[in-house]
Design a protein around this ligand. Structure first.
Ligand SMILES: [Zn+2]
Ligand SMILES: [Zn+2]
Length: 72
């Protein structure tokens, strides 16, 4: 008999910053509470950079979609 491990992984996002420091914390209810939110290590720096880029992209996309809506 072959036992297949159930691949059901809870898709709850974990705080990436805390994970950088070996702490697994669910993001839910963690916003503004992260003890590493101001961490300046290079790992957290990467996350900050990525977050900033994603926010900029989202803003651009939003503005672009509004622009298209206005043209219509
Ligand atoms: Zn955290
Ligand atoms: Zn850090």
């Amino acid at each position: 008999m072959s036992s297949v491990a159930a691949g059901k992984v809870a898709r709850s996002p974990r705080c990436a910053r805390c994970r950088n420091h070996g702490v697994v914390v669910p993001v839910k209810g963690h916003a503004g509470r992260c003890g590493f939110s101001r961490c300046r290590c290079w790992k957290c720096g990467l996350i900050t950079e990525r977050t900033r880029i994603m926010a900029t992209q989202r803003r651009l996309r939003r503005a672009f979609s509004q622009f298209i809506c206005c043209r219509n």
